[in-house]
Ligand binder design. Structure first.
Ligand code: ADP
Length: 483
Protein backbone atom coordinates (compact mmCIF):
# COMPACT_ATOMS: atom_id res chain seq x y z
CA UNK A 1 0.00 0.00 0.00
CA UNK A 2 2.88 2.30 0.80
CA UNK A 3 4.16 1.71 -2.73
CA UNK A 4 0.83 2.75 -4.16
CA UNK A 5 0.84 5.91 -2.05
CA UNK A 6 4.37 6.66 -3.23
CA UNK A 7 3.33 6.44 -6.88
CA UNK A 8 0.34 8.64 -6.27
CA UNK A 9 2.50 11.27 -4.65
CA UNK A 10 5.25 11.39 -7.25
CA UNK A 11 4.89 14.69 -9.11
CA UNK A 12 6.97 14.20 -12.22
CA UNK A 13 4.80 11.46 -13.65
CA UNK A 14 2.56 12.34 -16.56
CA UNK A 15 -0.21 9.89 -17.19
CA UNK A 16 0.31 7.47 -20.04
CA UNK A 17 -2.75 8.90 -21.79
CA UNK A 18 -1.24 12.35 -21.90
CA UNK A 19 2.13 11.07 -23.05
CA UNK A 20 0.70 9.05 -25.93
CA UNK A 21 -1.45 11.97 -26.94
CA UNK A 22 1.34 14.52 -26.84
CA UNK A 23 3.77 12.27 -28.73
CA UNK A 24 1.22 11.65 -31.42
CA UNK A 25 0.49 15.34 -31.79
CA UNK A 26 4.21 16.20 -31.83
CA UNK A 27 4.80 13.57 -34.47
CA UNK A 28 2.00 14.97 -36.64
CA UNK A 29 3.35 18.49 -36.27
CA UNK A 30 6.86 17.30 -37.17
CA UNK A 31 5.53 15.60 -40.29
CA UNK A 32 3.80 18.76 -41.39
CA UNK A 33 6.76 21.00 -40.66
CA UNK A 34 8.90 18.76 -42.87
CA UNK A 35 6.23 18.69 -45.54
CA UNK A 36 5.98 22.47 -45.56
CA UNK A 37 9.71 22.94 -45.67
CA UNK A 38 10.15 20.60 -48.59
CA UNK A 39 7.03 21.50 -50.52
CA UNK A 40 7.11 25.24 -50.15
CA UNK A 41 10.60 26.45 -49.38
CA UNK A 42 12.70 23.95 -51.24
CA UNK A 43 10.37 23.13 -54.10
CA UNK A 44 12.00 25.51 -56.59
CA UNK A 45 15.54 24.44 -55.76
CA UNK A 46 14.54 20.83 -55.76
CA UNK A 47 12.81 21.19 -59.12
CA UNK A 48 15.80 22.92 -60.66
CA UNK A 49 18.31 20.41 -59.41
CA UNK A 50 16.10 17.63 -60.70
CA UNK A 51 15.96 19.23 -64.12
CA UNK A 52 19.73 19.69 -64.15
CA UNK A 53 20.22 16.11 -63.16
CA UNK A 54 17.86 14.97 -65.93
CA UNK A 55 19.70 17.06 -68.50
CA UNK A 56 23.09 15.63 -67.48
CA UNK A 57 21.71 12.13 -67.63
CA UNK A 58 20.24 12.63 -71.09
CA UNK A 59 23.49 14.15 -72.22
CA UNK A 60 25.53 11.14 -71.21
CA UNK A 61 22.94 8.67 -72.58
CA UNK A 62 22.94 10.37 -75.97
CA UNK A 63 26.76 10.58 -76.03
CA UNK A 64 26.93 6.87 -75.47
CA UNK A 65 24.28 6.11 -78.08
CA UNK A 66 26.09 8.29 -80.62
CA UNK A 67 29.11 6.00 -80.42
CA UNK A 68 27.19 2.73 -80.54
CA UNK A 69 23.86 3.07 -82.40
CA UNK A 70 23.04 3.00 -86.08
CA UNK A 71 21.83 6.26 -87.66
CA UNK A 72 18.13 5.39 -87.69
CA UNK A 73 18.13 3.94 -84.20
CA UNK A 74 19.94 6.99 -82.94
CA UNK A 75 17.38 9.28 -84.50
CA UNK A 76 14.54 7.36 -82.83
CA UNK A 77 16.39 7.30 -79.57
CA UNK A 78 16.79 11.07 -79.56
CA UNK A 79 13.10 11.55 -80.20
CA UNK A 80 12.22 9.24 -77.41
CA UNK A 81 14.46 11.06 -74.97
CA UNK A 82 13.21 14.46 -76.10
CA UNK A 83 9.57 13.48 -75.61
CA UNK A 84 10.14 11.69 -72.32
CA UNK A 85 12.08 14.57 -70.80
CA UNK A 86 10.30 17.45 -72.42
CA UNK A 87 13.39 18.92 -74.03
CA UNK A 88 14.74 20.06 -77.43
CA UNK A 89 17.72 18.17 -78.74
CA UNK A 90 20.06 19.23 -81.47
CA UNK A 91 22.98 17.15 -82.74
CA UNK A 92 25.54 19.00 -84.89
CA UNK A 93 28.31 17.60 -87.02
CA UNK A 94 31.88 18.69 -86.42
CA UNK A 95 31.32 21.79 -88.58
CA UNK A 96 28.28 22.88 -86.71
CA UNK A 97 25.63 21.69 -89.17
CA UNK A 98 22.50 20.22 -87.70
CA UNK A 99 22.27 16.48 -88.37
CA UNK A 100 19.58 15.38 -85.93
CA UNK A 101 17.01 17.60 -84.41
CA UNK A 102 13.98 17.15 -82.23
CA UNK A 103 11.85 19.91 -80.89
CA UNK A 104 9.19 19.60 -78.27
CA UNK A 105 9.36 23.02 -76.57
CA UNK A 106 7.52 26.02 -77.95
CA UNK A 107 10.28 28.54 -77.39
CA UNK A 108 13.33 26.47 -78.15
CA UNK A 109 16.66 28.26 -78.09
CA UNK A 110 18.43 25.97 -80.51
CA UNK A 111 16.02 24.55 -83.08
CA UNK A 112 16.62 26.19 -86.46
CA UNK A 113 18.84 28.82 -84.87
CA UNK A 114 22.15 28.08 -86.53
CA UNK A 115 23.69 31.32 -85.35
CA UNK A 116 23.07 30.54 -81.73
CA UNK A 117 24.05 26.90 -82.08
CA UNK A 118 27.31 27.92 -83.64
CA UNK A 119 28.05 30.25 -80.78
CA UNK A 120 27.27 27.42 -78.33
CA UNK A 121 29.48 25.03 -80.33
CA UNK A 122 32.39 27.46 -80.19
CA UNK A 123 31.82 27.91 -76.47
CA UNK A 124 31.90 24.15 -75.97
CA UNK A 125 35.22 23.99 -77.77
CA UNK A 126 36.57 26.85 -75.71
CA UNK A 127 35.43 25.48 -72.39
CA UNK A 128 37.80 23.53 -70.27
CA UNK A 129 35.56 20.47 -69.85
CA UNK A 130 34.31 20.63 -73.40
CA UNK A 131 30.77 21.30 -72.29
CA UNK A 132 28.45 24.15 -71.42
CA UNK A 133 25.82 24.44 -68.66
CA UNK A 134 23.74 27.59 -69.08
CA UNK A 135 20.67 28.89 -67.34
CA UNK A 136 19.32 31.45 -69.78
CA UNK A 137 16.07 33.28 -70.41
CA UNK A 138 14.19 32.71 -73.63
CA UNK A 139 12.62 35.64 -75.53
CA UNK A 140 9.40 35.18 -73.54
CA UNK A 141 11.39 35.72 -70.35
CA UNK A 142 11.20 32.12 -69.03
CA UNK A 143 14.20 30.43 -67.56
CA UNK A 144 15.73 27.71 -69.66
CA UNK A 145 18.49 25.18 -69.19
CA UNK A 146 20.92 24.83 -72.02
CA UNK A 147 23.42 22.01 -71.88
CA UNK A 148 25.96 21.07 -74.49
CA UNK A 149 28.90 18.76 -74.98
CA UNK A 150 31.12 17.21 -77.60
CA UNK A 151 30.33 13.84 -79.15
CA UNK A 152 33.00 11.26 -79.84
CA UNK A 153 36.50 12.29 -78.74
CA UNK A 154 36.76 15.52 -76.78
CA UNK A 155 39.86 16.85 -78.62
CA UNK A 156 38.73 16.02 -82.15
CA UNK A 157 34.96 15.85 -81.79
CA UNK A 158 32.76 13.99 -84.28
CA UNK A 159 29.91 16.26 -83.40
CA UNK A 160 28.16 18.31 -80.76
CA UNK A 161 25.08 17.80 -78.65
CA UNK A 162 22.86 20.62 -77.46
CA UNK A 163 19.97 20.14 -75.05
CA UNK A 164 17.37 22.71 -74.12
CA UNK A 165 14.77 22.21 -71.43
CA UNK A 166 12.44 24.70 -69.79
CA UNK A 167 12.43 25.61 -66.11
CA UNK A 168 8.74 26.14 -65.61
CA UNK A 169 8.12 28.77 -62.91
CA UNK A 170 6.94 27.00 -59.74
CA UNK A 171 5.48 30.10 -58.08
CA UNK A 172 1.90 29.30 -59.05
CA UNK A 173 2.38 25.64 -58.19
CA UNK A 174 3.68 26.66 -54.78
CA UNK A 175 0.60 28.78 -54.20
CA UNK A 176 -1.64 25.86 -55.09
CA UNK A 177 0.30 23.45 -52.91
CA UNK A 178 0.30 25.99 -50.07
CA UNK A 179 -3.47 26.19 -50.13
CA UNK A 180 -3.81 22.45 -50.33
CA UNK A 181 -1.32 21.96 -47.56
CA UNK A 182 -3.08 24.48 -45.40
CA UNK A 183 -6.35 22.61 -45.68
CA UNK A 184 -4.68 19.21 -45.24
CA UNK A 185 -2.70 20.47 -42.23
CA UNK A 186 -5.72 21.85 -40.44
CA UNK A 187 -7.80 18.79 -41.26
CA UNK A 188 -5.15 16.31 -40.29
CA UNK A 189 -4.22 18.11 -37.07
CA UNK A 190 -7.85 17.97 -36.01
CA UNK A 191 -8.04 14.29 -37.01
CA UNK A 192 -4.72 13.60 -35.25
CA UNK A 193 -6.01 15.34 -32.13
CA UNK A 194 -9.07 13.14 -31.86
CA UNK A 195 -7.35 10.02 -33.12
CA UNK A 196 -4.59 10.37 -30.55
CA UNK A 197 -7.17 11.01 -27.83
CA UNK A 198 -8.96 7.85 -28.89
CA UNK A 199 -5.75 5.82 -29.14
CA UNK A 200 -4.33 7.00 -25.83
CA UNK A 201 -7.64 6.19 -24.18
CA UNK A 202 -7.63 2.76 -25.77
CA UNK A 203 -4.08 2.02 -24.60
CA UNK A 204 -4.41 3.47 -21.12
CA UNK A 205 -7.89 2.18 -20.27
CA UNK A 206 -6.95 -1.52 -19.72
CA UNK A 207 -3.94 -0.45 -17.64
CA UNK A 208 -6.17 1.78 -15.52
CA UNK A 209 -8.66 -1.03 -15.04
CA UNK A 210 -5.89 -3.46 -14.08
CA UNK A 211 -4.32 -0.92 -11.68
CA UNK A 212 -7.66 -0.40 -9.91
CA UNK A 213 -8.13 -4.15 -9.63
CA UNK A 214 -4.56 -4.56 -8.36
CA UNK A 215 -5.27 -1.97 -5.65
CA UNK A 216 -8.19 -4.12 -4.54
CA UNK A 217 -5.94 -7.16 -4.54
CA UNK A 218 -3.42 -5.26 -2.43
CA UNK A 219 -6.22 -4.61 0.05
CA UNK A 220 -6.71 -8.35 0.30
CA UNK A 221 -9.67 -8.90 -2.01
CA UNK A 222 -8.77 -12.20 -3.66
CA UNK A 223 -11.91 -12.22 -5.80
CA UNK A 224 -10.70 -9.30 -7.84
CA UNK A 225 -11.17 -9.80 -11.58
CA UNK A 226 -8.46 -8.46 -13.88
CA UNK A 227 -9.94 -7.25 -17.12
CA UNK A 228 -7.15 -6.92 -19.69
CA UNK A 229 -9.26 -6.67 -22.83
CA UNK A 230 -7.72 -4.30 -25.35
CA UNK A 231 -4.48 -5.69 -26.62
CA UNK A 232 -2.15 -8.63 -26.19
CA UNK A 233 0.14 -7.09 -23.56
CA UNK A 234 -2.69 -5.96 -21.31
CA UNK A 235 -4.30 -9.36 -21.68
CA UNK A 236 -1.06 -11.04 -20.64
CA UNK A 237 -0.64 -8.66 -17.70
CA UNK A 238 -4.16 -9.46 -16.55
CA UNK A 239 -3.53 -13.18 -16.89
CA UNK A 240 -0.28 -12.92 -14.94
CA UNK A 241 -1.96 -10.96 -12.19
CA UNK A 242 -4.84 -13.42 -12.05
CA UNK A 243 -2.30 -16.19 -11.65
CA UNK A 244 -0.45 -14.21 -8.96
CA UNK A 245 -3.75 -13.57 -7.21
CA UNK A 246 -4.53 -17.26 -7.25
CA UNK A 247 -1.11 -18.12 -5.84
CA UNK A 248 -1.23 -15.39 -3.18
CA UNK A 249 -4.67 -16.45 -2.06
CA UNK A 250 -3.51 -20.05 -1.88
CA UNK A 251 -0.48 -19.14 0.21
CA UNK A 252 -2.59 -16.81 2.30
CA UNK A 253 -5.11 -19.55 3.00
CA UNK A 254 -2.37 -22.02 3.80
CA UNK A 255 -0.70 -19.54 6.09
CA UNK A 256 -3.96 -18.97 7.91
CA UNK A 257 -4.41 -22.73 8.15
CA UNK A 258 -0.92 -23.07 9.50
CA UNK A 259 -1.47 -20.42 12.13
CA UNK A 260 -4.71 -22.15 13.08
CA UNK A 261 -3.05 -25.58 13.13
CA UNK A 262 0.05 -24.42 14.91
CA UNK A 263 -1.90 -22.52 17.53
CA UNK A 264 -4.08 -25.56 18.05
CA UNK A 265 -1.02 -27.79 18.28
CA UNK A 266 0.60 -25.37 20.68
CA UNK A 267 -2.46 -24.94 22.83
CA UNK A 268 -3.04 -28.64 23.42
CA UNK A 269 0.40 -29.42 24.92
CA UNK A 270 0.45 -26.09 26.74
CA UNK A 271 -2.90 -26.87 28.37
CA UNK A 272 -1.58 -30.28 29.30
CA UNK A 273 1.64 -28.83 30.66
CA UNK A 274 -0.29 -26.39 32.81
CA UNK A 275 -2.76 -29.01 33.98
CA UNK A 276 -0.09 -31.55 34.95
CA UNK A 277 2.14 -28.95 36.56
CA UNK A 278 -0.83 -27.84 38.68
CA UNK A 279 -1.61 -31.43 39.50
CA UNK A 280 1.93 -31.99 40.74
CA UNK A 281 1.74 -28.79 42.78
CA UNK A 282 -1.67 -29.52 44.28
CA UNK A 283 -2.03 -33.29 44.34
CA UNK A 284 0.76 -35.59 43.35
CA UNK A 285 3.71 -33.60 44.65
CA UNK A 286 4.18 -35.94 47.59
CA UNK A 287 3.33 -39.12 45.77
CA UNK A 288 6.47 -40.19 43.91
CA UNK A 289 4.71 -42.67 41.59
CA UNK A 290 1.98 -40.28 40.52
CA UNK A 291 4.42 -37.37 40.35
CA UNK A 292 6.76 -39.29 38.02
CA UNK A 293 3.86 -40.25 35.83
CA UNK A 294 2.79 -36.63 35.55
CA UNK A 295 6.34 -35.46 34.98
CA UNK A 296 6.67 -38.02 32.16
CA UNK A 297 3.64 -36.51 30.47
CA UNK A 298 5.09 -33.04 30.89
CA UNK A 299 8.35 -34.18 29.29
CA UNK A 300 6.54 -35.81 26.35
CA UNK A 301 4.45 -32.74 25.73
CA UNK A 302 7.55 -30.56 25.86
CA UNK A 303 9.17 -32.81 23.25
CA UNK A 304 6.14 -32.42 21.08
CA UNK A 305 6.31 -28.66 21.40
CA UNK A 306 10.01 -28.66 20.60
CA UNK A 307 9.37 -30.78 17.50
CA UNK A 308 6.76 -28.40 16.21
CA UNK A 309 8.92 -25.36 16.76
CA UNK A 310 11.89 -27.12 15.12
CA UNK A 311 9.83 -28.02 12.06
CA UNK A 312 8.72 -24.45 11.61
CA UNK A 313 12.27 -23.19 11.99
CA UNK A 314 13.69 -25.81 9.65
CA UNK A 315 11.22 -25.03 6.94
CA UNK A 316 11.64 -21.31 7.20
CA UNK A 317 15.42 -21.74 6.99
CA UNK A 318 15.15 -24.06 4.00
CA UNK A 319 12.77 -21.74 2.23
CA UNK A 320 14.73 -18.60 2.91
CA UNK A 321 17.24 -19.81 0.31
CA UNK A 322 20.06 -19.14 2.75
CA UNK A 323 20.37 -22.77 3.72
CA UNK A 324 23.55 -24.35 2.38
CA UNK A 325 24.08 -28.06 1.95
CA UNK A 326 26.97 -29.69 3.79
CA UNK A 327 27.52 -32.89 1.81
CA UNK A 328 29.42 -35.76 3.35
CA UNK A 329 29.96 -39.39 2.39
CA UNK A 330 28.14 -42.06 4.36
CA UNK A 331 26.78 -45.55 3.95
CA UNK A 332 23.06 -45.53 3.31
CA UNK A 333 21.93 -49.03 4.49
CA UNK A 334 23.34 -48.64 7.99
CA UNK A 335 22.04 -45.07 8.17
CA UNK A 336 18.53 -46.30 7.36
CA UNK A 337 18.72 -49.05 9.96
CA UNK A 338 19.76 -46.39 12.44
CA UNK A 339 16.77 -44.18 11.56
CA UNK A 340 14.33 -47.09 11.73
CA UNK A 341 15.71 -47.97 15.16
CA UNK A 342 14.54 -44.59 16.37
CA UNK A 343 10.97 -45.79 15.83
CA UNK A 344 11.51 -48.86 18.00
CA UNK A 345 9.81 -47.24 20.97
CA UNK A 346 6.57 -46.46 19.13
CA UNK A 347 6.69 -49.79 17.31
CA UNK A 348 6.83 -51.66 20.56
CA UNK A 349 4.32 -49.46 22.36
CA UNK A 350 1.73 -49.30 19.62
CA UNK A 351 2.38 -52.44 17.61
CA UNK A 352 3.69 -50.86 14.42
CA UNK A 353 5.87 -53.00 12.26
CA UNK A 354 8.54 -51.44 10.09
CA UNK A 355 9.98 -53.87 7.54
CA UNK A 356 13.26 -52.74 6.09
CA UNK A 357 14.59 -54.34 2.89
CA UNK A 358 18.16 -53.14 2.45
CA UNK A 359 20.21 -53.54 -0.71
CA UNK A 360 23.99 -53.92 -0.82
CA UNK A 361 25.77 -51.29 1.27
CA UNK A 362 26.42 -48.23 -0.84
CA UNK A 363 28.11 -44.94 -0.11
CA UNK A 364 26.27 -41.76 -0.99
CA UNK A 365 27.37 -38.13 -0.88
CA UNK A 366 24.75 -35.72 0.39
CA UNK A 367 23.74 -33.65 3.39
CA UNK A 368 23.49 -36.46 5.90
CA UNK A 369 21.41 -34.67 8.50
CA UNK A 370 18.90 -33.35 6.03
CA UNK A 371 18.47 -36.62 4.12
CA UNK A 372 18.10 -38.37 7.46
CA UNK A 373 15.27 -35.98 8.23
CA UNK A 374 13.62 -36.75 4.89
CA UNK A 375 13.66 -40.49 5.58
CA UNK A 376 12.48 -39.89 9.14
CA UNK A 377 9.57 -37.69 8.00
CA UNK A 378 8.48 -40.24 5.39
CA UNK A 379 8.49 -43.12 7.88
CA UNK A 380 6.75 -40.90 10.42
CA UNK A 381 3.97 -40.20 7.91
CA UNK A 382 3.74 -43.85 6.89
CA UNK A 383 3.16 -44.77 10.55
CA UNK A 384 0.60 -41.99 10.87
CA UNK A 385 -1.37 -42.98 7.79
CA UNK A 386 -0.88 -46.74 7.48
CA UNK A 387 -3.80 -49.12 7.73
CA UNK A 388 -5.06 -51.06 10.73
CA UNK A 389 -2.48 -53.80 10.08
CA UNK A 390 0.09 -51.20 11.19
CA UNK A 391 2.62 -52.32 8.59
CA UNK A 392 5.21 -50.03 7.04
CA UNK A 393 7.70 -51.11 4.36
CA UNK A 394 10.98 -49.33 3.82
CA UNK A 395 13.19 -50.28 0.86
CA UNK A 396 16.63 -49.42 -0.36
CA UNK A 397 17.03 -50.19 -4.06
CA UNK A 398 20.45 -49.69 -5.63
CA UNK A 399 20.27 -48.48 -9.22
CA UNK A 400 23.02 -47.52 -11.65
CA UNK A 401 22.06 -43.85 -11.36
CA UNK A 402 21.69 -43.79 -7.59
CA UNK A 403 19.94 -45.23 -4.59
CA UNK A 404 16.16 -45.35 -4.63
CA UNK A 405 14.49 -45.09 -1.23
CA UNK A 406 10.87 -46.18 -0.89
CA UNK A 407 8.54 -45.91 2.08
CA UNK A 408 5.25 -47.77 1.70
CA UNK A 409 2.19 -47.92 3.92
CA UNK A 410 -1.07 -49.85 3.71
CA UNK A 411 -3.33 -46.93 4.50
CA UNK A 412 -6.22 -45.28 2.64
CA UNK A 413 -4.00 -43.84 -0.05
CA UNK A 414 -4.19 -40.31 -1.37
CA UNK A 415 -6.73 -39.02 -3.87
CA UNK A 416 -5.33 -38.07 -7.26
CA UNK A 417 -6.10 -34.36 -6.89
CA UNK A 418 -4.62 -34.23 -3.39
CA UNK A 419 -1.29 -35.70 -4.49
CA UNK A 420 -0.33 -32.36 -6.03
CA UNK A 421 -1.12 -30.57 -2.79
CA UNK A 422 0.44 -32.72 -0.11
CA UNK A 423 3.94 -31.42 -0.77
CA UNK A 424 2.64 -27.86 -0.54
CA UNK A 425 3.48 -25.83 2.49
CA UNK A 426 0.92 -26.01 5.27
CA UNK A 427 -1.28 -28.54 3.49
CA UNK A 428 -2.83 -30.94 5.86
CA UNK A 429 -5.65 -33.39 5.36
CA UNK A 430 -8.70 -33.03 7.53
CA UNK A 431 -8.80 -36.70 8.54
CA UNK A 432 -5.62 -36.32 10.46
CA UNK A 433 -4.59 -39.13 12.73
CA UNK A 434 -2.27 -38.35 15.54
CA UNK A 435 -0.37 -41.44 16.46
CA UNK A 436 2.93 -39.70 15.93
CA UNK A 437 3.28 -35.96 16.23
CA UNK A 438 2.89 -34.21 12.88
CA UNK A 439 2.84 -30.53 12.09
CA UNK A 440 1.59 -30.42 8.53
CA UNK A 441 5.08 -29.39 7.54
CA UNK A 442 6.74 -32.79 7.23
CA UNK A 443 6.34 -33.18 3.48
CA UNK A 444 7.14 -29.53 2.82
CA UNK A 445 10.47 -30.11 4.55
CA UNK A 446 10.97 -33.29 2.48
CA UNK A 447 10.28 -31.36 -0.71
CA UNK A 448 12.52 -28.43 0.25
CA UNK A 449 15.45 -30.71 1.13
CA UNK A 450 15.11 -32.86 -2.01
CA UNK A 451 14.81 -29.81 -4.22
CA UNK A 452 17.91 -28.34 -2.64
CA UNK A 453 19.71 -31.59 -3.52
CA UNK A 454 18.10 -31.69 -6.95
CA UNK A 455 16.83 -35.21 -6.36
CA UNK A 456 13.81 -36.77 -8.05
CA UNK A 457 10.96 -37.64 -5.75
CA UNK A 458 7.30 -38.59 -5.87
CA UNK A 459 4.48 -40.69 -4.62
CA UNK A 460 2.50 -43.61 -6.00
CA UNK A 461 -0.81 -44.14 -4.32
CA UNK A 462 -3.86 -46.33 -4.75
CA UNK A 463 -7.03 -45.51 -2.85
CA UNK A 464 -7.72 -48.09 -0.19
CA UNK A 465 -4.39 -49.82 -0.81
CA UNK A 466 -1.80 -47.39 0.48
CA UNK A 467 0.91 -45.06 -0.71
CA UNK A 468 4.55 -45.37 -1.61
CA UNK A 469 6.70 -42.28 -1.21
CA UNK A 470 10.04 -42.43 -3.02
CA UNK A 471 13.11 -40.39 -3.78
CA UNK A 472 16.38 -41.04 -5.56
CA UNK A 473 19.74 -40.16 -4.03
CA UNK A 474 21.64 -39.56 -7.24
CA UNK A 475 24.96 -38.54 -5.70
CA UNK A 476 26.67 -41.85 -5.11
CA UNK A 477 30.31 -42.08 -4.07
CA UNK A 478 32.81 -43.23 -6.69
CA UNK A 479 34.22 -46.01 -4.52
CA UNK A 480 30.97 -47.97 -4.56
CA UNK A 481 30.87 -50.67 -2.03
CA UNK A 482 28.75 -52.75 -4.30
CA UNK A 483 29.98 -56.12 -5.31
P1 ADP B 1 1.22 -33.97 8.57
O1 ADP B 1 1.40 -35.41 8.32
O2 ADP B 1 1.77 -33.50 9.82
O3 ADP B 1 -0.16 -33.49 8.33
P2 ADP B 1 2.84 -33.69 6.20
O4 ADP B 1 3.39 -32.49 5.50
O5 ADP B 1 3.80 -34.73 6.57
O6 ADP B 1 2.06 -33.18 7.45
O7 ADP B 1 1.76 -34.31 5.28
C1 ADP B 1 0.85 -33.49 4.63
C2 ADP B 1 -0.40 -34.26 4.27
O8 ADP B 1 -0.05 -35.25 3.31
C3 ADP B 1 -0.98 -35.02 5.40
O9 ADP B 1 -1.86 -34.23 6.15
C4 ADP B 1 -1.70 -36.14 4.69
O10 ADP B 1 -2.94 -35.73 4.21
C5 ADP B 1 -0.86 -36.42 3.48
N1 ADP B 1 0.03 -37.57 3.68
C6 ADP B 1 1.33 -37.55 4.00
N2 ADP B 1 1.85 -38.78 4.05
C7 ADP B 1 0.85 -39.63 3.77
C8 ADP B 1 0.71 -41.07 3.68
N3 ADP B 1 1.74 -41.88 3.89
N4 ADP B 1 -0.50 -41.58 3.36
C9 ADP B 1 -1.55 -40.77 3.13
N5 ADP B 1 -1.50 -39.43 3.22
C10 ADP B 1 -0.33 -38.86 3.53
Amino acid sequence: MKQIEKCKNSKSRFPLRFKIWIYFILFTIAVFVLLWIFQIFFLERFYESMKKHDASQCESKISQAFDTMSTSDFSDYIKEIAVDNDMCIEVLDRYGRSIYSCEVLGDCLIHGKSNSTNIYRVNIDKSENKNIRYRVKNPAGYDMLLYGCTLGSADAPDGYLLLNSALVPVGSTVTIIKRQLMIITVALIIIAFFLSLYLSEKIAAPIDRITKAAENLAKGDYNTKFDGRGYLESQKLAETLTYAEHEISKVDKMQRDLVANVSHDLRTPLTMLKAYAEMIRDLSGDNPVKRNEHLEIIINETDRLALLVNDILDLSKLESGKQQLSPSEFEISSKMTEIIDRFKGISERMGYHIHFTPDNPRNVVCDEIKIQQVIYNLINNAINYTGDDKQVFVRQINKPEGVLIEVEDTGDGIEEDKIKLIFDKYYRSENHKREVVGTGLGLSIVKAVLKLHNYDYGVRSRLGKGSTFWFMISDVANDKKEE
